[in-house]
Every structure is written in structure tokens, then in C-alpha cells.
Design a protein around this ligand. Structure first.
Ligand SMILES: CC(C)(COP(=O)(O)OP(=O)(O)OC[C@H]1O[C@@H](n2cnc3c(N)ncnc32)[C@H](O)[C@@H]1OP(=O)(O)O)[C@@H](O)C(=O)NCCC(=O)NCCS
Length: 172
């Protein structure tokens, strides 16, 4: 049976989200943590948290997905997912993209909602290629990037490139 889609509201990340995100990271399953960070981490340094939450909204865009209805133990407005892209220093048209959706709501469309919004935000900021570091076993992330609006350009050493712009897609 297909799980019921979860309606979420997206908004830009804010520095004061840090405590909630930090608690959320600790609640992630080991598998989700590993898929996201490729390491068994359970916290980040103060500098890393600042980097991830205090973003400029242009070269680094991060959106949080917040619940629109209460879920058991989660009041309305709780953060259940984060999606971001960070522009590459050596190529302003490429950005690294990453997602995390909290375990209890995975598979209910939150990742797709974040992806669609990041594609719009990326196009508006001149991003032509999203690069994702994806483990071979990560079926959900691979499906997320195999959307009709995106085109797989290639994969090297676990870095998967997808094109956002039709011009690039035609050029192959
Ligand atoms: C990858 C991730 C962001 C996807 O978000 P999600 O909200 O669970 O996914 P969605 O419900 O939006 O579904 C996205 C696609 O993945 C598929 N999918 C979701 N869960 C899946 C699973 N467990 N197995 C296989 N496919 C799955 C969906 O069917 C959908 O594909 P479709 O559009 O072709 O139908 C989420 O599972 C996650 O946070 N995983 C751990 C962290 C991670 O892997 N981050 C990515 C690396 S940066």
C-alpha cells in the first residue's frame, strides 16, 4: 500500500533552527545518518552547525520541511526534513545538493517536495547542474534524482550529476 503523502510547508532555514536540527540529527537512524553524511556522526561542531544554518540564500540555499498537522510526539510546525544546495567554488553553475528526511516520515513525498522547490530555487540562481554524493545502495535518493524534470548527465566516484536546464539536456 502506498503511504499517505505528508503535507509539509517549506521555508528557508534560520540560525535559530539549530537546536531543533541538532536534536533531529540525534534521532536519525544510523542508516539515514550514514546515507546523508557518509559517516556515523551524531553531532557536528559549532562551526559546522553555523555553516549549515546561517546561509546566504544565494550560493547556499537550505529549506526545511515543517509539518502542517501534528504527528504523535511532533507538534505542528516541527522540522521533518532539510534540503540544500551549495554552489561549487570552481563552477558557479554547479551546486552540491543534499537531503535528509527524518526516518518516521520517509517515503511520504517530503523528499520530492524539497527537490521540486530546490530545482526552482536553483534555476532562479543560475544553477545548471546539481551534484549529489550518493551511495550505490541509496535507492530512494537515486529515484529522487531520476525525475522527469532532471536529466542524468553522469556519475563518477559516487558523485552523480543531473542537469536542470533544457539546453544542457539537449546537448546531452
Ligand atoms: C533520500 C530521501 C531524502 C528521500 O526522501 P523521502 O521523503 O523518503 O522520499 P519520497 O517519499 O519523496 O520519495 C522519493 C522517491 O524515492 C522512492 N523511495 C522512497 N523511499 C524509498 C525506499 N525506502 N526504497 C526505495 N525507493 C524509495 C519513492 O518511491 C520516490 O520515487 P518515485 O518518485 O520514482 O516514486 C530520504 O529517504 C532520506 O533522507 N534518506 C536518508 C538520507 C539520504 O539518503 N540523503 C541523500 C544523500 S545526500
Amino acid at each position: 500500500m502506498t503511504p499517505t503523502p505528508l503535507v509539509v510547508r517549506l521555508r528557508p532555514i534560520r540560525p535559530d533552527d539549530l537546536p531543533e536540527l541538532r536534536a533531529g540529527l540525534r534521532r536519525l537512524s544510523p542508516d539515514t545518518r550514514f546515507q546523508r553524511f557518509h559517516a556515523a556522526i551524531d553531532d557536528l561542531s559549532a562551526a559546522q552547525w553555523r555553516y549549515l544554518t546561517d546561509v546566504d540564500g544565494h550560493d547556499h540555499v537550505a529549506l526545511v520541511a515543517c509539518t502542517e498537522v501534528p504527528l504523535p510526539g511532533l507538534p505542528t510546525g516541527s522540522i521533518v526534513g532539510v534540503g540544500r544546495f551549495i554552489r561549487a567554488k570552481d563552477d558557479p553553475t554547479t551546486a552540491e545538493i543534499a537531503f535528509v528526511v527524518y526516518d518516521r516520515v520517509q517515503g511520504r513525498g517530503v523528499g520530492r517536495t524539497l527537490r521540486d522547490a530546490l530545482v526552482v530555487e536553483g534555476r532562479a540562481r543560475g544553477i545548471a547542474i546539481f551534484r549529489a554524493h550518493v551511495l550505490a545502495s541509496n535507492v530512494a535518493m537515486r529515484r529522487l534524482l531520476h525525475d522527469g524534470a532532471l536529466e542524468l548527465l553522469g556519475e563518477r566516484d559516487g558523485a552523480l550529476d543531473v542537469a536542470l536546464e533544457p539546453r544542457l539536456r539537449r546537448a546531452g
